[in-house]
Unconditional design. Structure first.
Length: 103
DNA sequence: GGCCTGACTTTAG
DNA sequence: GCTAAAGCCAGGC
């Protein structure tokens, strides 16, 4: 494993444009470890680069807003994403067909 | 160096 | 179609 895994994760997450979202699986894959989706989430929760890492733009593989222990929880997360122009197919599910970030 | 935890994903019932 | 359980990866203690 590379010690730069988290570094990559943060960098990738940071590259997600406004109005788009990426899945944990996708980030894990781009980071070099397709199965490290959990580790990715863990890094998000630590989030040493808080404003530098838009963790709210990271969702589950199916677009569901998972986790987010911030102010308001997933509700706030949903609101922020929606405010950025992200399409929602459900109350807490993003429309990956139109709002998933493709590198 | 080894064990536990965790913002996930996938397969089976 | 939905719910439950198992598995995989990295970080922290």
């Amino acid at each position: 494993m590379e010690p730069k895994f988290t570094q990559k994760v943060y960098k990738i997450t940071n590259q997600i444009p406004k109005g788009k979202v990426a899945t944990y699986k996708q980030i894990a894959t781009l980071a070099g470890s397709p199965g490290a989706s959990r580790a990715v989430g863990m890094c998000m929760k630590m989030n040493p680069n808080a404003p530098h890492t838009p963790c709210h733009r990271v969702v589950a593989s199916d677009g569901a807003l998972y986790g987010y222990s911030g102010n308001g929880g997933i509700i706030k997360k949903k609101k922020m994403l929606k405010d950025e122009g992200v399409a929602f197919v459900d109350k807490t599910t993003v429309d990956l067909l139109t709002s998933q970030w493709k590198p």
